[in-house]
Design a protein around this ligand. Structure first.
Ligand code: GLC
Length: 428
């Protein structure tokens, strides 16, 4: 088996994770790009550093919320583009332990999430708006891109050393890390510019089973060499489409499905932004999760904890409701993937071996047609939650539609709830 498929086995099984964007930017509270997009000067930004006091941060609460939502893994921003580190790096002073927080916030996260049985991932920004060797003047999104005083920078190799050594700290100081989520490449800042071969070899030495996204090579829209038949060593293990679900999943140039994970915001921002109330409600989240799975992908759904360290109430409520659905229907998600059968008009099929899950999102009038699945191929059907028997069904209404299998969803199960799942066991 291809080493990437082997490494991603758990990942392709688990399907649903929590993305956590948290850092100093939770104080200005206009999303995680504020330092760059608003070109905030250093004094102002460092004042947030001196004020960062997330007294309500309780990683166990975050972990319990993720778990109760049915999420199986998480990815926390150990360092975002602003350069601020949530972990106690020996290589910088710009870290949480030097703020009023005074704690290694990454360690609390890795400990707490593992304790809840979740896999732990770390996001690490390749871009760094704080490091003196990172290109600044007229460069991309840098907060000092219009300031001539930032023309002369220290040699870029100093940044590469710093970045590699910080990744090493994360790979050696926090136990088993399941995902290293790099962000992101652009222009000629990609691949070997990051000394990516050396970086990946180092990571694998300390974390042989770790999986990585594809952004050492590309950014949120790119596939990279992972989608070719000869991926580079640093191509990553999965494609990371950002705020989009690929129309038909993702295949490589040979037509083979490759792992992918859509990362999606819950409102319209990654970092805490209280003025943004454009939340996706639980029914949207559930539909999007089912959509990802039905196309062979994962969903990494974001939360942006606030400046006190709490996950916003709206997000908590939505996730709790998603969890209520997951509780009775998650067999359509875990271990499932793309179905052999074409998408039905009322929802989506997911599939695991010889079991198809019909996720019914638009309830029928009368019996439900199971298009594409011949009646004689069906061993039995079960209705979830609960697992009660659901017989193939025909009456005078279906008599003109020969060749289509029907089931009759009991009235009590319709209209009054979000999405039903029907398990359809196929004959061998
Ligand atoms: C982007 C953004 C970033 C966010 C990430 C998540 O590339 O720069 O703020 O963390 O996407 O995918």
């Amino acid at each position: 088996m291809d080493e990437r498929l082997k490494r991603t086995e758990w990942f392709r099984h688990d399907r649903f994770g929590m993305f956590i964007h948290w850092g100093l930017y939770s104080i200005p509270a206009r999303g995680e790009w504020a330092r760059g997009s608003e070109q905030i000067d250093d004094n102002t930004y460092y004042s947030y550093f001196n004020q960062f006091d997330p007294y309500a941060y309780d990683a166990r609460e975050w972990a319990r919320l993720a778990k109760s939502a049915g999420m199986k893994y998480a990815v926390l921003t150990a360092k975002h583009h602003d350069g601020f580190c949530l972990f106690d790096s020996a290589l910088t002073d710009f870290k949480a332990t030097n703020t009023p927080a005074g704690r290694d916030l990454v360690r609390e996260y890795t400990d707490a999430f593992r304790a809840e049985g979740l896999k732990v991932g770390l996001y690490y920004s390749l871009i760094d708006w704080n490091h003196p060797a990172y290109p600044a003047y007229q460069h991309h999104s840098h907060p000092h891109r219009n300031n001539e005083n930032y023309k002369n920078r220290r040699p870029f190799t100093e940044y590469i050393d710093y970045m590699h050594n910080q990744v090493k700290e994360l790979c050696t100081g926090y136990g088993k890390i399941d995902i290293m989520w790099f962000d992101f490449s652009y222009g000629d800042m990609c691949g070997e510019k990051w000394e990516a071969t050396k970086l990946i070899n180092m990571i694998r030495k300390y974390q042989p089973d770790i999986i990585t996204d594809n952004r050492l090579e590309v950014s949120g829209e790119g596939f990279g060499s992972l989608a070719t038949e000869n991926p580079l060593i640093y191509s990553g293990d999965f494609v990371s489409p950002e705020c989009i679900i690929p129309p038909e999943g993702i295949v490589n140039t040979a037509g083979c499905a490759i792992p992918w994970e859509a990362c999606i915001t819950l409102n319209d921002n990654w970092g805490w932004a209280p003025s943004d109330n454009n939340y996706k409600d639980e029914s949207v989240v559930i539909r999007k999760l089912v959509e990802c799975v039905s196309k062979g992908g994962n969903l990494l759904l974001n939360v942006g904890p606030d400046a006190t360290g709490r996950i916003p109430e709206q997000s908590r409520n939505i996730l709790t409701n998603v969890g209520r659905w997951m509780d009775g229907h998650s067999q359509a998600i875990y271990g499932a993937g793309k179905s052999d059968y074409t998408k039905p008009e009322w929802g989506r099929y997911t599939q695991c071996g010889d079991t198809v899950y019909a996720c019914v999102m638009d309830f029928p009038v009368g019996p439900l047609a199971l298009p594409g699945i011949p009646a004689e191929k069906i061993d039995y059907c079960r209705l979830f939650p609960g697992g009660s028997e659901l017989k193939l069904y025909n009456d005078w209404r279906t008599s003109n539609y020969a060749g289509i299998a029907y089931v009759n969803i009991p009235r009590y199960d319709m209209y009054n709830k979000i999405y039903t799942v029907i398990k359809i066991k196929l004959k061998q």
